[in-house]
Design a protein around this ligand. Structure first.
Ligand SMILES: C[S@@+](CC[C@H](N)C(=O)[O-])C[C@H]1O[C@@H](n2cnc3c(N)ncnc32)[C@H](O)[C@@H]1O
Length: 327
């Protein structure tokens, strides 16, 4: 999800509305909604994504955060008996960099969500840097034979400083680590005015893979169980997504607006258009659909790597006009 696209859509919506992103990922939409002054609720069943989404939106005292990080780094560098990094993620780092990461991990228990998000992001940046920046920001390549030594402490300080001015101290957003198929258990029925999301799309991406895998392993979070709670398996996708849509339907009302950003996907040689798929299974009538080819977006890079040329659709259900399906 491009932040510019999210900001553009959100600028056209009422700032008094309650907005829900039921698959909020790292919180791009939630951040833009908060900037616009909306009450924003994000839900994602990947705990790592939720920490980063909170990191982007939880109000902080910026001066305090940076001071806190500087002193935490000093504490980290003085620690004794630091456990070594687990074998798999250790492959991606110079051993000195890995040691610094494990030291910061020990002191990170007192970090705010902002510092945690900066920490996890810095792990990914350090993995790229240790491998000579040969990888892209979205894909991991071959491990570099002689890993470069990277000073993790300065990488982390730089990252924390770089993003801190973007923190907007808007109305606090609520981020729930929860399964959207059961969203009605945590969000009041008929309380949401706008749903805006990019849902998980078939098995296009493993949201616990790539850089997330490295971070999950360093944090000793059980990757398999995180993965199990996510909708990313093609064979059960239809049923899972129908269930999620029905749960979303319970928390919206008769005048709500639902906006999904979806894409095309090739499954066994057959192209499935995201908007056709969602128009078919959603419990709402008469969607309005706009389509565009990826141009100048991060997704274009993704397509280049995968040798695909996909299109993206924005699908909008205006319940005041279209209403709910009776069947
Ligand atoms: C396309 S991504 C959202 C990206 C987000 N808009 C962003 O810019 O970061 C879809 C998200 O759905 C989440 N997800 C998958 N299955 C889920 C489920 N059952 N409940 C809640 N979230 C789920 C994934 O963890 C992933 O973060």
């Amino acid at each position: 999800m491009s932040a510019l696209d999210a900001a553009h859509v959100i600028s056209q919506l009422s700032s008094k509305a309650v907005l829900l992103d039921p698959f909020c990922g790292t919180g791009t939409i939630i951040y833009e909604a908060q900037t616009h002054g909306m009450s924003a609720i994000g839900v994602d069943n990947n705990p790592l994504a939720c920490i980063i989404a909170r990191g982007k939106t939880e109000p902080i005292d910026t001066r305090y955060e940076l001071d806190m990080l500087s002193s935490a780094i000093i504490d980290a560098s003085l620690l004794d008996n630091v456990p070594s990094m687990p074998d798999n993620p250790a492959k991606y780092f110079h051993s000195d960099t890995a040691d610094q990461i494990m030291r910061v991990l020990k002191v990170s228990t007192k970090f705010s969500s902002y510092l945690r998000a900066a920490f996890y992001g810095s792990i990914c940046v350090a993995a790229r840097a240790c491998n000579g920046w040969l990888w892209t920001s979205t894909s991991i390549g071959r491990i570099n034979e002689s890993l470069r030594k990277v000073d993790f402490y300065s990488t982390l300080l730089r990252k924390a400083k770089k993003h801190i001015d973007f923190m907007n101290n808007g109305p606090p957003a609520k981020i729930h680590a929860y399964d959207t198929r059961r969203i009605h258990e945590i969000i009041e029925e008929e309380s949401v005015d706008i749903v805006y999301t990019s849902p998980p799309y078939f098995d296009a991406l493993d949201y616990t893979g790539y850089y997330s895998k490295i971070v999950l392993e360093i944090l000793a979070m059980d990757r398999a169980s995180v993965r199990e709670g996510l909708i990313q398996n093609y064979s059960t996708y239809n049923e899972d997504m129908k269930q999620a849509l029905l749960a979303i339907d319970r928390v919206i009302h008769d005048e709500s607006l639902v906006i999904f950003v979806v894409g095309d996907r090739k499954v066994r040689g057959k192209l499935i258009k995201g908007s056709d798929f969602f128009a078919e299974i959603a419990p709402w009538n008469h969607p309005y659909i706009v389509e565009r080819e990826y141009t100048n977006t991060a997704s274009r890079l993704w397509d280049k790597i995968n040798k695909t040329k996909r299109k993206e659709q924005i699908i909008v259900w205006n319940l005041a006009k279209g209403g709910r399906r009776s069947d």
